[in-house]
Design a protein around this ligand. Structure first.
Ligand code: FPP
Length: 240
């Protein structure tokens, strides 16, 4: 749906799920000669605003890459600052009343305190309308391996695509229609490897803490200009 100024004000069914790789927090801080943790702080604020805009636009499912399995190699102070932001945001989500949160990623090696926070938030928000998935200690390959191992332990001799989808952390949710990555890197970094099979990608040089509503709308406008064929032919070619 377009407003008078030709700006998108609502999305339709084609955009049910948007995912973000929030890159560039470190560079944003470096440019200001500030500690990387400040970049994450402003990154978390940008994220909160973007999530609100997405829901206002009618996108029902949002996923974000907050912490990969490789991010543990960063300095402890930086890791601690990200975990603290996650704690704070989780409390806000519980208060918010509309957002249903799901943490996607491996929990086995996390502190019992953090796992408790995650379980509690998921339980308290489980009947809400707007889905938010936060990838924490997440790796796409290990997600697929875990799904296969689960199926093996159920005694499966052969598996279908649905079997795998149903055993991923995102089970029951639509695959992402659009994946946005900021800060100029053009790669997926082990994010949603199974789920992205037919996703559209949007890359921008904007650093994540600077990513705002106008950048979101540019990504969505670009998405709507594309023709998703899912391996089929476009209409012109079909007629030939
Ligand atoms: C990538 O930027 C960003 C991260 C590894 C962490 C993202 C975390 C947050 C925005 C805060 C917590 C999240 C929520 C959902 C409240 P980078 O540090 O790799 O940036 P660089 O490539 O410029 O160094």
């Amino acid at each position: 749906m377009l407003s008078k100024r030709n700006k998108i004000t609502k999305v339709d069914d084609r955009l049910k799920h948007i995912a973000f790789i929030m890159d560039g927090n470190g560079r944003w801080a470096q440019k200001r000669l500030a500690p990387r943790s400040l970049g994450h702080k402003y990154g978390a604020s940008a994220f909160k605003r973007i999530v609100k805009y997405c829901y206002e636009l009618g996108i029902k499912t949002v996923t974000t890459y907050a912490f990969s399995t490789e991010n543990w190699s960063r300095p402890k102070s930086e890791v601690d600052s990200i975990i603290q932001l996650l704690h704070d945001y989780t409390s806000e989500v519980i208060e918010d009343g509309r957002i249903r949160i799901r943490f996607i990623g491996e929990r086995a090696n996390l502190s019992s305190e953090l796992v408790e926070v995650m379980n509690n938030a998921e339980e308290k928000t489980k009947d809400r309308e707007y889905q938010l998935n936060i990838a924490f200690n997440y790796g796409g390959r290990s997600e697929i391996v875990n799904a296969c191992n689960r199926l093996i332990s159920q005694g499966k001799q052969s598996v279908t695509e649905d079997d795998i989808s149903n055993n991923l952390y995102t089970s029951g949710l639509p695959d992402p229609d659009l994946i946005v990555r900021t800060a100029g890197e053009v790669r997926m970094s082990n994010f949603l490897l199974w789920q992205l099979a037919y996703s559209e990608f949007y890359f921008t040089d904007v650093l994540w803490p600077d990513f705002d509503k106008k950048h979101l709308l540019m990504a969505i406008e670009s998405f709507y200009k594309r023709e998703r064929r899912y391996g089929g032919l476009n209409k012109t070619k079909e007629k030939k």
